[in-house]
Design a protein around this ligand. Structure first.
Ligand SMILES: [Mg+2]
Length: 357
């Protein structure tokens, strides 16, 4: 079955709260490209290319990368995944977000042709719903506590507190949110590389007194030794995100036991196929893993949700609900209920393009 169409549409989703920011960026929109692949007999699969500068690609570079990859996909059999994805890797080093869009669209297309949900290609389900962790943008401690309460009232019990490197202020954020929500809330932080090693140890040790399940990427992406030191010195699970930017990096982090956990993201790792491999590496090394933030269309969250329901090692809430704070989603078909995202019914990813009226 031959792929004959490779079409791209820009997606710009305004944030409900245009002041939303974290330590690496502050923008009022979330951008990406929707890739539509179709076969000669009319089957269609979709993938989402996330424009996220700190993963390597912006909207402008994604369009060039995907345009370049087009010739490696069109005219090939939809079943030749290894040959197709291998040729992308040989054609251009890096470009994981563009490769992820192609990888996801191919698997979606395969599932559509077979008439099965996407997860069936990855071993079937070990769960049918995933608890969703919601991210709190950097604001004053009280503003963040107020936002956390709004989400708690909607049924969420897992929260990620974005912090920015000022130890006293960041500890005050965790304290305010714990005092606001009480003992039933699970709290984590994400520093997005903002701390020095010593400040990370100081901040996380103080935050631990308020009950902290996990701290994500405390130090610079390239500081492997620093990350390892923080992991050894604090009583909180340390998770790599930016530092786990490729399969090779996941392998090194796991083999060196530099962290306790790894945040898996399909755009960062270059697709579903690589994300499964990363999960297996973590399982083999006894390192925890879960799905980190998919900020963009429901299409991207749906692909990650199918994998999160198929991988047995996912042991903590996943960040697949950020679409809920974005407007003008080009896809529909999944919604969060009482803090959980349920596998959608239907073939492929289970989400569908919003019909334009
Ligand atoms: Mg992160």
């Amino acid at each position: 079955m031959i792929i004959t169409q490779f079409d791209l549409v820009r997606s710009v989703m305004p944030k409900e709260d245009p002041t939303w920011k974290f330590a690496l960026a502050a923008t009022s929109t979330v951008e990406g490209l929707v890739l539509r692949l179709a076969t000669e007999d009319g089957h269609v699969g979709y993938g989402y290319a996330s424009a996220t500068a700190h993963m390597g690609s912006t909207m402008e570079t994604l369009e060039v990368e995907l345009g370049f990859f087009r010739a490696h996909v069109v005219g090939r059999s939809v079943w030749d995944v290894e040959a197709m994805l291998g040729s992308l890797d040989r054609a251009l080093r890096g470009a994981p977000q563009a490769k992820a869009a192609i990888d996801c669209a191919i698997y979606d297309l395969q599932a559509q042709i077979l008439g099965v949900p996407l997860n069936q290609l990855f071993g079937g389900v070990v769960r049918t719903q995933v608890p969703i962790l919601r991210i709190l943008a950097i604001k004053t401690p009280q503003e963040m506590a107020t936002q956390a309460q709004k989400l708690f009232d909607k049924g969420y019990r897992y929260f990620k507190i974005k912090v920015h490197g000022d130890v006293a202020e960041d500890v005050a954020r965790v304290k305010a949110i714990r005092q606001q929500l009480g003992a039933d809330a699970h709290l984590t932080i994400d520093a997005n590389q903002a701390y020095s090693v010593k400040d990370a140890v100081s901040a996380i040790s103080q935050m631990a007194e308020f009950g902290l399940d996990l701290a994500e990427q405390p130090v610079h992406v390239d500081d492997r030794e620093g990350l390892s030191l923080v992991t050894k010195m604090v009583p909180v699970t340390i998770e790599a995100d930016e530092a786990a930017g490729s399969l090779r990096e996941v392998y090194e982090l796991v083999s060196q036991r530099a962290v306790d956990a790894v945040s898996l993201k399909i755009p960062k790792l270059g697709g579903l196929r690589n994300t499964i491999a990363a999960a297996r590496i973590c399982e083999a090394g006894g390192i925890k893993y879960r799905f980190g933030a998919a900020v963009g269309s429901r299409l991207m969250s749906a692909h990650a949700l199918h994998l999160a329901c198929a991988l047995p090692g996912v042991d903590y809430a996943c960040e697949l609900g950020e679409f809920d704070r974005l407007l003008d989603d080009p896809f529909e078909g999944i919604e969060i209920e009482n803090g959980f995202l349920h596998l959608p019914k239907g073939n492929g990813s289970g989400v569908r393009p919003v019909k334009k009226s």
